[in-house]
Design a protein around this ligand. Structure first.
Ligand SMILES: Cc1cc2nc3c(=O)[nH]c(=O)nc-3n(C[C@H](O)[C@H](O)[C@H](O)COP(=O)(O)OP(=O)(O)OC[C@H]3O[C@@H](n4cnc5c(N)ncnc54)[C@H](O)[C@@H]3O)c2cc1C
Length: 453
């Protein structure tokens, strides 16, 4: 038997939830909750299915004793007690579950758009949740976190205690140098009247659709999120561009008033459209689930396109050519929230510090392994051209093994790597999985790879 396993058997309490490589159930534990069916060929020596904080303390203690690293999973999507509106939530709670529970109390939390994304990875990366352009980043509603540190201690972190870990927990992503066991979240009132409008154009009308929405979005109603998506809509044989507006209101009149300006200004020529259609969080989650089907192979990348770029031209290829019928590209309006700043006192001081008015991401989705190269190359080629017009990227849709870029402003990136090193000097928490898995305690360089250093 492996020496490390013998040591573990001596140390661990009976019935500790650990599954060793080679044991029955190992493969399910390794990738069972992993969303992307393009499975990694990385095989941890064991998987701990922790159900209590003490399980995590024990697992980290064991890792320190036998010299292993720990990597953490909440929802596998890398890709509750209420009184004052504060939710204490486990990192493995998904967005849908969280909002189902909160709905009963007339509250909501603007978690990820995809229902099965869990709070853990999502909030640590910043969290581009519902109506992010107006309500801000989901991590801005994190009031505190409980963690198990890399040396196995339980701590609470907030604006008064362990402030550097609290700072890092809002934007460090997978490089957060501890394991979060609980989030304390500020919820918001739920909305009883959600409505949406959509305008779908042929790809020949891409430019006029994008020019329109780029003009309108930054000054649009503040309860309305806006996205433009290129995809193959059901029943249509070519790539189309859909502009979708989802508004969160409490009366039908308010919703109508919010969506009317888009209805009045949308360029003519859409092949399909709807106006002020009744919707709900549950329905939007179902639509997102359908757009991101399970059991497929995925390759994604993203960037924040510079505010002064010719956005329509920069995104044209990504929006008018897609490698497969399931694939899609999106532009997500981030303004006016993206114009807030720490200096002006309109944004919190936290690790998350990268954003522009234009979030662009593409999701290549396919079924057959034989199409891996074609679908991956398509994404790589798009980003070879687009990345030069970008300020940086969002951790949530990134892969550090594929492309090196900036994820934080320079100062915040340096501070984060310093905190990472202080709290996890031996790189016990797996961290940023870069090429060759070398980044360790040092973390990421936070530079564009095409720029001279
Ligand atoms: C279909 C789909 C839709 C998505 N939609 C959105 C969206 O609308 N908005 C958005 O912002 N993002 C979105 N994402 C990206 C998503 O937020 C990230 O992939 C996020 O990391 C997923 O979190 P998770 O906990 O489910 O994933 P996991 O794979 O479990 O976690 C990702 C990483 O976070 C770290 N981590 C997780 N839990 C902990 C913890 N408790 N303590 C310490 N570190 C931890 C680990 O390093 C882990 O490797 C989407 C992803 C998918 C696949």
């Amino acid at each position: 038997m492996d020496k490390r396993r013998t040591l573990a058997m001596k140390r661990l309490p009976p019935n500790f939830p650990i599954i060793w490589r080679g044991e029955v159930g190992y493969e399910q534990a390794r990738v069972g909750r992993v969303f992307n069916y393009r499975r990694p060929s990385r095989y941890p020596i064991a998987v701990v299915e922790a159900t209590t904080e003490d399980d995590i303390v024990e697992a980290v203690g064991l890792a320190n004793e036998i010299g292993c690293r720990v990597s953490v999973r909440s929802g596998g999507h890398s890709w509750a007690v209420w009184s004052t509106g504060i939710l204490r939530a486990s990192p493995s709670n998904t967005g849908r579950l969280t909002n189902k529970l909160l709905g009963a109390y007339g509250r909501m939390f603007p978690g990820g758009h995809c229902p099965e994304v869990a709070l853990g990875g999502f909030l640590l990366q910043g969290g581009m949740g519902w109506n992010c352009k107006n309500w801000g980043w989901a991590c801005e509603r994190v009031l505190g976190v409980d963690v198990v540190t890399a040396d196995g201690r339980k701590l609470h972190c907030d604006k008064d205690e362990n402030t550097d870990l609290y700072w890092a927990a809002r934007g460090a992503g997978p490089g957060f140098p501890a394991i979060v066991t609980r989030f304390y979240l500020q919820t918001i009132p739920a909305f009883s009247r959600m409505r949406s409008s959509a305008y779908i154009y042929e790809k020949k009308d891409y430019r006029k659709a994008m020019e329109w929405i780029l003009r309108v979005a930054p000054i649009y109603d503040e309860s309305t999120e806006i996205v433009a998506v290129a995809s193959y809509p059901a029943g249509l044989s070519d790539v189309h561009v859909m502009v979708l507006l989802v508004t969160f209101k409490n009366s039908a009149e308010e919703a109508l008033a919010a969506l009317q300006p888009a209805e009045d200004t949308a360029p003519p020529g859409c092949v399909q459209r709807w106006f002020c259609r009744e919707t709900s969080l549950a329905k939007e989650y179902d639509d997102q689930h359908a757009a991101n089907p399970m059991s497929y192979r995925y390759c994604t990348d993203n960037c924040y396109v510079k505010n002064d770029a010719d956005v329509v031209s920069v995104l044209e290829d990504a929006f008018t050519s897609l490698p497969s019928r399931k694939s899609f590209s999106l532009w997500y309006s981030m303004a006016p929230g993206s114009r807030r700043s720490v200096e002006a006192g309109t944004m919190q001081d936290m690790a998350l510090s990268m954003q522009t008015d234009h979030y662009f991401a593409t999701y290549s989705i396919w079924e057959d392994e034989a199409d891996d190269a074609k679908c991956r190359d398509w994404v790589a080629n798009i980003f070879k051209r687009v990345e030069r017009h970008s300020e940086g990227s969002y951790l949530g849709d990134a892969d550090f093994q594929v492309r090196r870029t900036r994820f934080w402003q320079d100062e915040q990136g340096k501070k984060l790597m310093r905190i990472r090193k202080e709290w996890d000097p031996h790189g016990r928490i797996a961290g940023y999985l870069d090429v060759g898995d070398k980044s360790g305690a040092e973390g990421l360089e936070n530079v564009h790879e095409w720029e001279p250093k």
